[in-house]
Design a protein around this ligand. Structure first.
Ligand code: IPM
Ligand code: MG
Length: 367
C-alpha cells in the first residue's frame, strides 16, 4: 500500500516538532509495511518570508495538497508577522483558505485528560478523579466565519462593521452525521450546543439535530445553550462524550476544553472534508496548540499533539488503523512511564523531564 501526504510544518515550534514526529511516521510505516511518499511545502510566516510578504499560502503549496491523500500541518504564526494586513497574516491567510478550499467542514478536537495527568488540569482534581475524554465536533466552513455580507461601511456618519451568521440545512445535517457517527464509535452520547433562545441559525440547528437523531436511535442526544455548555464543561467535563456545535461556538468551546485538559501540547485535531470512494476522508491534521514562539528553537516542545495528529491522519485518511492504534498505545505507555515535557512536568515522584527528541524516541521504541 502506498500513500501520499503533504507536510506543512509552518512556524515556531512547528518545524522542530514535525521533524521528530515524522520519525514516528517512518517507524510505523516500516512496521506495518506501507509506503508514505511525502513532500514538504511552505505555509504561514515561512511562506511570507519566502515570497516577500506576498502570501502565507503559495499556489504550489495548494497544488501539492490537492495531489495528496492528506495534509499534515504543524502550526503557523508568530510576532514577526503580527502587524501585516489581517488577510495575509499566517492564521487567517493560510488556515481559513485551506479549510474553505478543501471543504474541510468537520473539525474533530479531542479534549481528553488522562488519569495520570489530572494534576495538570486547572479543574479541581476531585471533580475529575478519572480524567475525562470529550470529543468536540466543530462545523468548520460555515457560520459567521464565512457568511456574506461581511465588512464595514459608514452609516449615518459613523462606522459600522458586520458579519453574517448563516447556515444551510444541509451544512447542519452534514456535521451532525459526522458527530453521530463519532458518538456511535464511543459512548453513544451526543450534546448538541446552540443558542436557540436567541439565534435563528440555532433554531434551525436544533430542529435539524432532532431530525438527524432519528437515524441514530442508539445515541442519546441532549441540547445545551452555549453559555450553559461553557459552564458545564468546567464543572463536569467527565459527563460529556461528544459535543457538536457550529463554527464560532466550537472555536471557543474547543479552546476551553484544551485548557481544562491540562496541556495543549497533548491534543491533536482533524479537519475532515468529503468522504472519498475509498470510504476515507480527505483531511488536514494538526496540533490544537499554536506555534508557541516563546519556546521555539529550544527543542523542548511537547511533540505528542503532532504525533497524535499523525495517528488521526492514518486512521481517517489512510485507513491504516493498526498503525494508528500502535501510536496511540505507545503514547499512553510513554506517559505511564513518567516521561514528561515541561508543559506537563510537575516534579512528582516517578516523573522524568524530557525534551522533544527524547519523548519521540521513547514513543518510537514503544511502537
Ligand atoms: C482555531 C483558530 C483559528 C479559528 C484562527 C487562527 C483563524 O483559533 O483553529 O481554532 O478561529 O478557527
Ligand atoms: Mg481557535
Amino acid at each position: 500500500m502506498s500513500h501520499t501526504i503533504t507536510v506543512l510544518s509552518g512556524d515556531g515550534i512547528g518545524p522542530e516538532v514535525m521533524v521528530e514526529a515524522l520519525n514516528v511516521l517512518d517507524a510505523v510505516s516500516e512496521k506495518f509495511s506501507f509506503k508514505i511518499s511525502r513532500s514538504e511545502h511552505l505555509v504561514g510566516g515561512a511562506a511570507l518570508d519566502a515570497t516577500d510578504n506576498e502570501t502565507p499560502l503559495p499556489q504550489d503549496t495548494i497544488e501539492a495538497c490537492e495531489k495528496a491523500d492528506a495534509i499534515l500541518f504543524g502550526s503557523v504564526g508568530g510576532p514577526k508577522w503580527e502587524n501585516l494586513p489581517p488577510d495575509i497574516q499566517p492564521e487567517r491567510g493560510a488556515l481559513l483558505p485551506l479549510r474553505k478550499h478543501f471543504g474541510l467542514f468537520a473539525n474533530l478536537r479531542p479534549g481528553s485528560c488522562l488519569p495520570a495527568l489530572t494534576h495538570a488540569s486547572p479543574v479541581k482534581n476531585e471533580l475529575i478523579p478519572n480524567g475525562f475524554d470529550v470529543l468536540c465536533v466543530r462545523e468548520l466552513t460555515g457560520g459567521i466565519y464565512f457568511g456574506d455580507p461581511k465588512g464595514r461601511e459608514e452609516r449615518d456618519g459613523e462606522i459600522v462593521a458586520f458579519d453574517t451568521m448563516v447556515y444551510k440545512k444541509s451544512e447542519i445535517e452534514n456535521i451532525l452525521h459526522v458527530a453521530f457517527k463519532a458518538a456511535m464509535g464511543r459512548d453513544k452520547r451526543l450534546t448538541s450546543v446552540d443558542k436557540a433562545n436567541v439565534l435563528a441559525t440555532s433554531v434551525l440547528w436544533r430542529e435539524t439535530a432532532n431530525e438527524v437523531a432519528k437515524q441514530y436511535p442508539e445515541v442519546t442526544m441532549d441540547h445545551l445553550y452555549v453559555d450553559n455548555a461553557a459552564m458545564q464543561l468546567v464543572k463536569r467535563p467527565d459527563s460529556f462524550d461528544v459535543i457538536v456545535t457550529e463554527n464560532l461556538f466550537g472555536d471557543i468551546l474547543s479552546d476551553e476544553m484544551a485548557m481544562i485538559s491540562g496541556s495543549l501540547g497533548m491534543l491533536p485535531s482533524a479537519s475532515l472534508g468529503k468522504v472519498k470512494d475509498s470510504g476515507l476522508y480527505f483531511g488536514m491534521y494538526e496540533p490544537s496548540g499554536g506555534s508557541a514562539p516563546d519556546i521555539a528553537g529550544q527543542g523542548i516542545a511537547n511533540p505528542i499533539a503532532q504525533i497524535l495528529s499523525i495517528s488521526m491522519l492514518l486512521r481517517y485518511s489512510l485507513g491504516e488503523t493498526a498503525a494508528a492504534d500502535a501510536i496511540d498505545s505507545a503514547v499512553q505507555k510513554v506517559i505511564d512511564s513518567g516521561l514528561r515535557t515541561g508543559d506537563i512536568f510537575t516534579g512528582a515522584d516517578g516523573e522524568t523531564k524530557a525534551n522533544t527528541a527524547v519523548i519521540t524516541a521513547a514513543i518510537v521504541a514503544n511502537l
